[in-house]
Design a protein around this ligand. Sequence first.
Ligand code: ZN
Length: 245
Amino acid sequence: MTAYNTNTHAWLLHGGTAAEREKLAGEIAAAAVCRGSEPPCGVCPACVKAAKGLHPDIIRVEREEDRAAIYVRQIRALSEDAAVAPNEADRKVYIVPEADKLVPQAQNAFLKLLEEPPKGVCFVLCAATIGSILPTVLSRCSRVRLRGEEEFETSPLLDAVVRGSEIEKITAALSFEKLDRAATADALTALWRGLADEARRAPDPAERERLAELADFTADLREKAAFLSSGSVSGLLAAKLIDSK
Ligand SMILES: [Zn+2]
């Protein structure tokens, strides 16, 4: 089994499938509470409890039923809980399976915890994509990118951006206006990957260069999207697409 650096206090697992992220998060959490010599040993009582989801020092922070996001009050509660010593292990681990569902306010509350983590506390954040996670949060985490099995597929948005007429390009850019922050980040991620893939496959060098540049622009826009309104994202993308024919 992989040995994890149990001194790391904040992990961010992204990419891959939800099941893959969940599995790795479980292993990291087990390693943090393990009593064996090579954590996670998989056989000590702590590892067995962790595998069954019964370890009292491994705590999951999830969306409440019928809620679309994880709110700041949940992170405040986590913060209070984190100040209390562990029950059985030397460490307490908080797993956030859908860190991309943390609203910005909740992320800022989380940031305080990451900046001054309570003694012995470890956080494992998981996210399909990191576009909606604040750069300040990202910079405090050890990031692990999982390779998913997701195959590249051409979306109508990508198709319009790459092959569309000017009006189709603008319409594609304007479609971002209707998206919320998380959906914007996801759409930009998909667009960026698609463009990078198209760039690799383009036979014409000039077209390859144009698409690669568009891909870079989209990646950059995705990083900034956490601070921009959907209208701004849409406007910046439209301007870029008109500029790059
Ligand atoms: Zn163990």
